[in-house]
Design a protein around this ligand. Structure first.
Ligand code: PMV
Length: 361
């Protein structure tokens, strides 16, 4: 499979106008993607859990123009308000996907989007947002080409979402999604995410994720810059190899339900990601003192009670607390008692593993 497989041949149908709404979830990586080549080709493979409650809902309304537009013609609304500051990112996205959705230049598009999580929560909306938008655009393409196979629809949606934001390609379909070529994972690709093809113990399909909102502000260093700093990073090659090895090991860990080893791999990945940030040039730290407080409390709680929980981090200060569904009550009271006080205004979000995006109309 190459990029060329996503360039369509002529469309059979003529479509003047229409509207699609998709709700796409956020995801949290277990093995982290950090470092990329041009056009969101990942430097190493990654795997993520699809979330359920944290999601973006996007409606795309389109109407055919008299001629073709050289620049993408679109309006963008967040929670009903025009957001001109989002336009450059979406313009770049439209330019990148132009060769794969050539019909776009013939339409005016209205994009209306909203997130289930608060704007200022420090939760990135780019993965869920780009995934929801890509699915709406695929809805348009399927109207032009009604014979399109479902597998192609989702694969191309993931391919397009990746061109908007790398990790967005893991927010399309499935509970556990792998992205990036990995020798031990059949069907894996740098171009799109694939549903994890191997056995997964039920314990992991019901994982809970409580997101502890340590810092709701926007990040001091964007993930695009962070990825860039992996070019020429002194530990890059070793780190990429580590991600490959962790993915290989996860295969038996996930099948056997080996929670202990799962926790070690997941926490190790989170700290390796932040270690890369701390050893970049220039270096930076996204964790806050309360991030470390929480991590230490989690370790102490695990040691003291044998509770089954671990943490992971994305490119920010918030902590994702992962635990099996059976631990919900026990860990819920631990969060209230010992962790909520380290969150901004005591806020956290309870989420769990979901199964991917859904069409709403
Ligand atoms: O998709 P981006 O460019 O926002 O990068 C995401 C990077 C991490 O969230 C830190 C890791 C990952 O695999 O999601």
């Amino acid at each position: 499979m190459t990029e060329k497989n996503f360039v369509p041949s002529d469309y059979k149908n003529e479509v003047l106008e229409g509207r699609f709404t998709w709700k796409a979830p956020s995801n949290i990586a277990l093995v982290k993607y950090w470092g990329k080549d041009k056009e969101q080709v990942p430097a190493n493979p990654s795997i993520s859990l699809t979330l359920d409650n944290c999601a973006t809902t996007t409606t795309v309304t389109f109407s055919k123009l008299g001629g073709s537009n050289e620049n993408p013609s679109f309006d963008f609304f967040l929670d009903g308000n025009p957001k001109p500051d989002f336009k450059p990112k979406i313009t770049t996205f439209f330019q990148r996907i132009g060769p794969y959705l050539p019909f776009l230049e013939k339409y005016h598009i209205k994009i209306e989007t909203s997130n289930s999580f608060p704007h200022s929560s420090g939760i990135a909306s780019s993965a869920s947002g780009m995934a929801a938008l890509a699915l709406c655009l695929m809805g348009m393409e399927k109207k032009l080409d009604p014979g399109m196979q479902e597998a192609h629809f989702y694969q191309k949606a993931s391919f397009l979402a990746r061109l908007g934001s790398g990790s967005a390609c893991r927010s399309i379909k499935g509970s556990l999604v792998q992205w990036g070529r990995h020798l031990d994972t059949v069907g894996s690709s740098n171009l799109y995410g694939v549903e994890y093809p191997y056995e997964v113990h039920p314990l992991f399909s019901e994982l809970q994720d409580t997101i502890l909102l340590v810092d709701k502000g926007s990040k001091q260093v964007s993930s695009s810059l962070g990825h860039q700093l992996m070019n020429g990073h002194p530990f890059a090659e070793r780190r990429f190899l580590q991600a490959h090895q962790n993915l290989t090991e996860l295969r038996t860990v996930l099948a056997d339900g080996n929670v202990q080893r799962f926790f070690e791999i997941v926490e190790g990945e989170a700290l390796a990601l932040h270690a890369m940030m701390m050893t970049s040039s220039p270096y930076f730290i996204l964790m806050k003192p309360n991030t470390l407080e929480i991590i230490n409390r989690i370790w102490a709680f695990r040691e003291r009670t044998g509770g089954q929980l671990c943490f992971t981090l994305d490119a920010g200060a918030n902590v994702h607390l992962l635990y099996p569904a059976v631990e919900k009550e026990n860990i819920g009271s631990f969060i209230e008692r010992e962790l909520a006080m380290f969150c901004e205004n005591g806020h956290y979000i309870n989420d769990n593993v979901g199964s991917g995006a859904v069409q709403l109309d």
